[in-house]
Design a protein around this ligand. Structure first.
Ligand SMILES: [Zn+2]
Length: 364
């Protein structure tokens, strides 16, 4: 017999539990009675991975595995699941998130129409009613492989109002023996009645040591820098690294913005550029008020004279962030935000400093 792990390697993308998910996965695996689980925590800690690992654990057909143990990863069910074609698993993710989540199989956001018009429209960021209807039908049919049916919805807070209400009815009167796993970065944004019907599985930001070694294994150099940049969220840090943001880029950002160098953010998607500028603004304000920076290193300098312009910059960044979906001209928007940042970060020449010295300096 060939080794199943190597013979299917091409078709399979594994999601062996991320090291910090092992304990929450074990906890969740043992909650066999709950028909709905809510896996929640800050962004970038692996809610979707845990939801999939749970589905795999429940659907695994290994005969040698004790109940509640991790999935074997090699039985027919595990292999089907890892090839994204298990007939008893339905995954609902917004169309716009599919690539990031590595889930391009199926059409379960209700968004695929196949027509030219469908192909041209912007990928939906919502989990729409069509997808929930599909899930209801899916949940009410018999399990194809006899281990029940699983519906994963992630991020659950992206169900729009109609979807959320239809889903609530499903939770109140489950149509079959299906189990639901909801992933969420913002459980407070869910209907309280949905939250209360789910067993809660919390994932915390992993210990720095685990996150650091995981990022290093994924080829991220100086992982501490990106971890700090991403508030300790390792998946977020990896995503940034894959977008081309490395430690040197991040460390140079305060200086480059204070010099008005728009090139520092060239090619960054707008939400990411705004996020970075908001973090810089946050840290400059913190330092100006005598607190340590959170996202950048201790070389960041600012002083009390910067508080008012930094607050104005902060408000403008928040305004753009709220409307980030608008069809902005990204280049012009970033240029204007960087220009405002340059002004906010630098003490004006009129303060009498020689050479117009900046209030934001960096030790090199
Ligand atoms: Zn298995």
């Amino acid at each position: 017999m060939s080794d199943p792990q190597t013979s299917t390697a091409a078709a399979v993308t594994t999601w062996a539990p991320l090291p910090w998910l092992v304990a929450p996965l074990q906890r969740a695996m043992q909650s066999r009675s709950a028909h709905a689980l809510l896996v929640h925590g800050p962004a970038g800690v692996g809610q979707f991975d845990l939801a999939l690992a749970l589905a795999e654990g429940w659907l695994c057909e290994s005969t040698t595995r004790a109940a509640g143990e991790r999935p074997c990863g090699v039985c027919a069910a595990c292999r089907l699941l890892r090839a994204r074609s298990h007939p008893d698993l339905l995954v609902l993710v917004p169309e716009a998130d599919r690539e990031t989540l590595g889930w391009t199989a199926g059409s379960a956001d209700g968004g695929d129409g196949g027509s030219d018009k469908e192909a041209r429209r912007k990928p939906s960021k919502e989990i729409r009613i069509e997808a929930i209807r599909e899930a209801i039908v899916f949940a009410s049919t018999t399990s194809a492989r006899g281990r029940g049916k699983i519906v994963v919805i992630h991020p659950a807070e992206r169900m729009n109002g109609v979807s959320a209400n239809a889903f609530l009815k499903t939770l109140e009167e489950p149509p079959g023996a299906a189990r639901f796993v909801l992933g969420s970065m913002a459980p407070d944004a869910l209907l309280p009645t949905i939250r209360s019907r789910c067993q809660s599985i919390a994932i915390a930001i992993p210990p720095i040591g685990l996150a650091r070694s995981w990022l290093a294994e994924h080829g991220v150099s100086e992982p501490d820098v990106l971890l700090a940049a991403c508030g300790g969220q390792p998946q977020e840090a990896l995503a940034w690294s894959r977008q081309g943001v490395d430690a040197a880029t991040w460390k140079a950002l305060p200086r480059r913005v204070s010099e008005g160098d728009v090139g520092a953010l060239r090619g960054w998607p707008l939400p990411m550029a705004i996020d970075a500028l908001q973090k810089l603004c946050h840290d400059a304000l913190a330092v100006a008020c005598g607190a340590p920076p959170r996202y950048f290193d201790a070389s960041l300098r600012s002083d009390g004279s910067r508080v008012v312009p930094l607050l104005a910059w902060s408000r403008e960044l928040a305004r753009i962030a709220r409307h980030v979906e608008h069809p902005w001209n990204v280049e012009l928007t970033v240029e204007s935000l960087v220009e405002q940042g340059r002004e906010a970060l630098n003490t004006p020449r009129s303060t009498g400093r020689l050479h117009g010295a900046d209030s934001l300096h960096l030790r090199r």
